[in-house]
Design a protein around this ligand. Sequence first.
Ligand SMILES: Nc1ncnc2c1ncn2[C@@H]1O[C@H](COP(=O)(O)OP(=O)(O)OP(=O)(O)O)[C@@H](O)[C@H]1O
Ligand SMILES: [Mg+2]
Length: 262
Amino acid sequence: MINQQQAAAPVLAVSQLNVQYGAFQAVKDVSFEVHAGEIFGLLGPNGAGKTSTLSAIEGLLHPASGSITVAGFDIREQPLHARANMGVQLQATSFQPELTISEIIRLFASIYGVNLKDAAVKQKLAEINLEEASGKKISQLSGGQQQRVSLVISTIHNPQLVLLDEPTTGLDPQSRRQLWERMEHFRNNGHAVLLTTHSMEEAEAVCDRIAIIDHGRIIAIDTPEALIAQHRDDPAVLSVVRKGKVTLEDVFIGLTGTAVRS
Ligand SMILES: Nc1ncnc2c1ncn2[C@@H]1O[C@H](COP(=O)(O)OP(=O)(O)OP(=O)(O)O)[C@@H](O)[C@H]1O
Ligand SMILES: [Mg+2]
């Protein structure tokens, strides 16, 4: 059944995307859509092409071919409009080390053209339990705390689409749960989230739909439950089942193989 949100135009549409590094093709004919009110996960072994796909959407690299629209804006034809509608989680290392975190939040708000009053900055910091740390420099925070700041910054302009590359890697269980809740809150307000993850538990817990990408190609795309149901009796999946019950990880390894990637 198609609900109203899915019938509406997608927030992100990637069509026949190809990314090339010299002679090497990292992304091959990748197509998928992410809708408002959806958390979409991109899963794949190391080197599968996840970050390359995200970089193309973010406009950080020029794809060899294919089209990408964000909120209906083609990223090549109307890059500023497309970018105004997306939030990208930056690495903490890209922030100015000499500024305090409240200064960094204010700086990015002004870059995005958002007028943030002192009370609003405080509120943002309180949301990520870092109110006490507002005068600290980014380098004085732990990795997980830095990640929380960078998530706040990525959504400061209330974008329709948020792109998160392995957002929970290195987080403790509490911070991971808090980040899941923030993503769900964002989704429930009608936004769209695209994330990459190596955690099958995370994909099952928060993703409405996932795409499995391997060697640059999408090899499966569906809800986690449907993927498990579809492949439950697949001999390649059954050969890797560990504890009797078929999990998303079994399906993932069944489809992508047991070999560790170089
Ligand atoms: N700048 C680059 N120049 C050449 N090759 C690159 C470049 N960036 C990535 N690659 C190659 O493209 C392929 C896809 O890389 P990508 O970073 O997209 O993978 P990924 O799915 O994000 O992997 P991981 O899970 O390890 O983050 C890999 O084989 C990688 O070595
Ligand atoms: Mg990556």
